[in-house]
Design a protein around this ligand. Sequence first.
Ligand SMILES: Nc1ncnc2c1ncn2[C@@H]1O[C@H](COP(=O)(O)OP(=O)(O)O)[C@@H](O)[C@H]1O
Ligand SMILES: [Mg+2]
Length: 307
Amino acid sequence: MIELDRLSKTYDDALAVDRLSFTVQTGDIFGFIGPNGAGKTTTIKILATLLDPTAGAARIDGMSVVDEPEAVRRIVGFMPDYYGVYDGISVWEFLDFFAATYGLRGAQRRKVVEDVMALTDLAPLRDKLMVSLSKGMKQRACLAKILLHDPKVLILDEPAAGLDPRARIEFRMLLKELRSMGKTVFLSSHILTELADVCNRVAILERGRLVAAGTVDEIVAGIAPVRAWRFTLAAEAPRAAELCSKFAKVRAATVEGNAVRVEVEEGCEIPALVKVLALADLPIVGLAEEKIGLEDVFMRTTKGEVA
Ligand SMILES: Nc1ncnc2c1ncn2[C@@H]1O[C@H](COP(=O)(O)OP(=O)(O)O)[C@@H](O)[C@H]1O
Ligand SMILES: [Mg+2]
């Protein structure tokens, strides 16, 4: 549904997006992840037809974002990372106004506005002034606005940034609902864990370049034949870390408070390591395997450790 082909963007002399290629399938909730300055907003603005690429191409539903911007806009709902506040108008007036600009009239317009308010749980807030809404509610109103023309594709730039936990949960539920309606959602974040459980696929971007793409499981499996164990000690964690780091197939041992986090390769003999520590009079009071999650993957990939 969305295809990027060696997409590049240069600002003056600085390369912000560097030959980016990946595909978003119909029905994906696709997470576009990278630290601040990675080039997410630049890419998104190109997809939303607001910025021309310097080189390469991008297509949405087969249409070029450069050559057919109007046709692309008809099937795309775009929510920028910052949106203005509309003083003095209510939620309903805000939505009705934009529905009118999409050419909707009369009973049809009323129905579309009601449907969209129902989907985004805004009906109880219909008469509230936009300016009085919380960040989460305002965001829902902006999402409602971009759903008015029933787009196939939603492009959301950092939609979860600044939301409180409750608003975040509501936002996730809304995403799942949009997915069940068959929409394709492309959304960015600089915080991986914000998206990990709602996205079926992700792309990780660093300094304008793609460092990994695929399903969350694929990305974790691809870079992490490594496991991590946490040894909690009654005392002397630094000495334990020192011993662990010398043990076979241990990649790294770091002190974290009274614990040692040990990253090991496949085949590392954990029971033997426990014995080594016990023989060195280091009393282990806790031992647990840590699940290597996406956050670890993200930290490792964006440190450039994974090509
Ligand atoms: N309008 C602009 N003019 C010049 N440089 C820009 C402009 N917009 C973004 N950049 C630069 O491009 C890079 C990518 O920025 P951006 O796409 O906003 O990243 P992200 O959204 O991932 O934080 C950054 O180095 C940023 O400073
Ligand atoms: Mg951005």
